[in-house]
Design a binder for this molecule. Structure first.
Ligand code: FO1
Length: 312
């Protein structure tokens, strides 16, 4: 079975861990969001790619969901002693090594997809991890009187209120990374994990060619909203920015029947199955809290079952 997954950070990584357990024989390709990427201290940092790589490779900080386990912060402290910023984004010593190797490869002229492949040689995530594009795309947030990088809005300001706009800068001129279009077209089906629809899945779909390829596929998504709140992160503020309500049904309607064929919601949102706005989307309800590996695997199995049912 060939499965292609569009992925953001923590939610996607935990879902993928469940997917690998549910479908141990499957060839899984992960297309990672690079809109969160940022250059800090001269180093290219790719949070979503790294979160997937570390989680599946056994190196993630389980408490945080991002960054390395058993981390130390000597470099950060030394940078602070120099007064070198920004101080609002914390990189640990072990994590720094990843960004140094990546930046070294990029500086040598290697594309991000190749740098990601090299990093994955160490971590052996058990999936093929591709960036959505080798071109630079950065999600920026338009505020009343300034435009800032997504990470500054998210990490420094904690997404205090809906923004005026959230823009994946560079996406319109970008191309999918090598293998991305083929991985979508050649998959048995495509899955959307419970990732943020605006800042994780949205930028991936904004790369010309990706949305069209996904629309031609059988797609099942997993809601990252349970009840009226995101399971993790500040997706509610992102959704408000684009005028979408924070509910599983509203997110499915936002994706639309052209894009997704099936939608998994939590049992408490099972009424979404009768929502006339979702008439052309097959909605199934099951417990969606990913507490541990078995619960993540059960969600992934639900997504596989629905995708295979819809494919027939
Ligand atoms: N999130 C934070 O809230 N604070 C941080 O200082 C921070 C540092 C960081 C470093 C590397 C990395 O891969 C991720 C990091 N994150 C941090 C998470 C990240 O900002 C976001 O949660 C994602 O980009 C959203 O998916």
């Amino acid at each position: 079975m060939r499965i292609t997954v569009l992925a953001g950070g923590v939610g996607a990584a935990r879902f993928l861990r469940g997917l690998k357990a549910a479908a141990p024989g499957a060839q899984i390709t992960v297309i990672g969001n690079t809109g969160d990427d940022i250059t800090l201290f001269g180093l290219r940092v790719c949070p979503d790619l790294d979160t997937v790589m570390y989680t599946l490779g056994g190196g993630i900080s389980e408490d945080q969901g991002w960054g390395r386990a058993d981390e130390t912060f000597t470099i950060r402290d030394e940078l602070r002693a120099y007064g070198a910023g920004p101080s609002w984004f914390t990189l640990g010593d072990r994590d720094f090594a990843t960004h140094i190797v990546r930046t070294q490869l990029l500086t040598e002229g290697k594309p991000l997809s190749e740098a990601t492949r090299v990093l994955c040689e160490r971590w052996q995530p058990g999936v093929r991890l591709l960036p959505m594009s080798d071109d630079t795309i950065e999600t920026h947030v338009v505020l009343e009187d300034s435009v800032i990088h997504f990470q500054e809005w998210w990490v420094r300001l904690h997404a205090p209120a809906p923004a005026k706009a959230i823009v994946p800068v560079g996406a319109a001129e970008a191309s999918p990374a090598p293998g991305v279009a083929e991985a979508i077209a050649g998959a048995d089906f495509v899955l959307f994990p419970p990732s943020n629809p605006v800042v994780s899945i949205g930028p991936i779909l904004a790369v010309p060619g990706i949305r069209e390829a996904v629309e031609a596929q059988t797609v099942v998504g997993v809601s990252g909203i349970i009840g009226s709140a995101p399971v993790r992160g500040m997706a509610d503020v992102c959704l408000a920015t684009i005028g979408v309500q924070t509910s599983a049904a509203a997110v499915a309607a936002h994706y639309g029947a052209d894009l997704i064929d099936g939608w998994l919601v939590d049992e408490q949102d099972k009424a979404a199955a009768d929502d006339p706005a979702l008439a052309d989307i097959a909605v199934r309800a099951l417990p969606l809290y990913m507490r541990d590996l078995p619960s993540a695997a059960a969600i992934a199995q639900g997504a596989i079952d629905l995708a295979l049912e819809l494919k027939r």
